[in-house]
Design a protein around this ligand. Structure first.
Ligand code: 8YV
Length: 305
């Protein structure tokens, strides 16, 4: 049997299949099995780092249960002739749904109003304060890839005007393209962030972008914490220079700036973009399918190119 080093578990029904087909070892057995493992199962945050890759002389493939791969040294692996696969497309709907949910929940203050009811404040407090519409507005999308396009469809279905910024104009969308992110933020009521975390995108949502979105604007981040200047975001919210934020990702997960906890114009989620039974199963299955393809000598299904 082929030996696999597993950094993160797959969904139980797929994990059983993985263990039926391969000899699976946990990270804790790295020292004993480093010389024999031919595949690694991981996710976008868990490596393996270059120094671990160097300890695996027989490694042929790294399969990640994630669409993002900022936690995997893809170029380094590639330089060693080791392809990396991820799990695109199967999670597009979940992440797009969450982005729109965060947009609506933040604009309409739904988490705070829910808390108002649950804590028994309604009877004495009377009508909950008015909030803001999440439709009929301008939704700016940073990143027009497969998930960004799904977000655009949903935003348009809510009678919003959609505009976007990406490195270059995308051929198969008709939304207004803004080559300058600050200008997009100025023109938007909502700015939804769905770009990969790379050295080039680190803190791309800068203080200037946040303040251009302004006191009437809401930032939604379903990408990675690293693509936003989190200190500037927090300060803008504290100073009232940003209208609100719906955040599923943070720089130092699972640590979240505690000053955000008391803000009714902020919605916080624990990185649940793809966290449904259906999607995580599909991601796990795609990991297994890529492993099987590799060791059957067939083309990988979703290699990172
Ligand atoms: C998962 C994600 O949180 O796909 C990604 O890039 O961030 C999420 O789908 C994570 O990778 C766990 O599998």
């Amino acid at each position: 049997m082929i030996d696999i080093l597993q950094f993160v578990p797959l969904r139980p029904e797929v994990q059983r299949e993985l263990e039926a087909r391969y000899r699976v070892h946990g990270k804790d057995r790295l020292d004993e099995v480093a010389g024999i493992v031919r595949g690694v199962v991981t996710n976008g945050h868990s490596g393996p780092p270059p120094e671990i890759i160097d300890r695996l002389p027989k490694l042929e493939v790294i399969c990640s249960a994630s669409v993002g791969y900022d936690g995997i040294p893809v170029e380094y692996a590639r330089s060693k002739g080791i392809p990396v696969t991820n799990t695109p497309d199967v999670l597009n709907d979940d992440v797009a749904d969450l982005a729109i949910a965060l947009m609506i929940m933040t604009a309409r203050r739904l988490v705070a109003s829910d808390r108002y009811v649950r804590t028994g404040k309604w009877p004495a407090g009377g009508e909950y304060p008015l909030a803001s519409r999440a439709s009929g507005k301008t939704v700016g999308i940073l990143g027009m890839g497969r998930i960004g396009k799904e977000i655009g469809k949903r935003a348009e279905a809510m009678n919003n005007k959609v505009a976007y910024h990406s490195r270059r104009k995308v051929a198969d969308v008709t939304y207004d393209y803004y080559p300058d992110l600050v200008e997009l933020a100025k023109a938007s009521d909502f700015l939804i962030v769905i770009i990969p975390a790379t050295p080039q995108t680190e803190k791309i949502v800068s203080k200037a972008v946040i303040e251009a979105l302004g006191p009437g604007g809401i930032l939604v981040n379903v990408a990675r914490g690293a693509v936003v200047d989190e200190d500037a975001l927090v300060q803008a919210l504290v100073d009232g220079k940003l209208g609100g934020a719906g955040l599923d990702v943070f720089v130092k997960e699972p640590q979240v700036p505690e000053v955000l906890f008391g803000m009714d114009n902020v919605v916080l989620q624990p990185h649940v973009g793809s966290a449904t039974h259906e999607t995580r199963r599909a991601m796990s299955q795609l990991v297994l399918d890529n492993l099987d393809a590799q060791f059957a000598g067939k083309p990988l299904l979703t290699p990172i190119l």
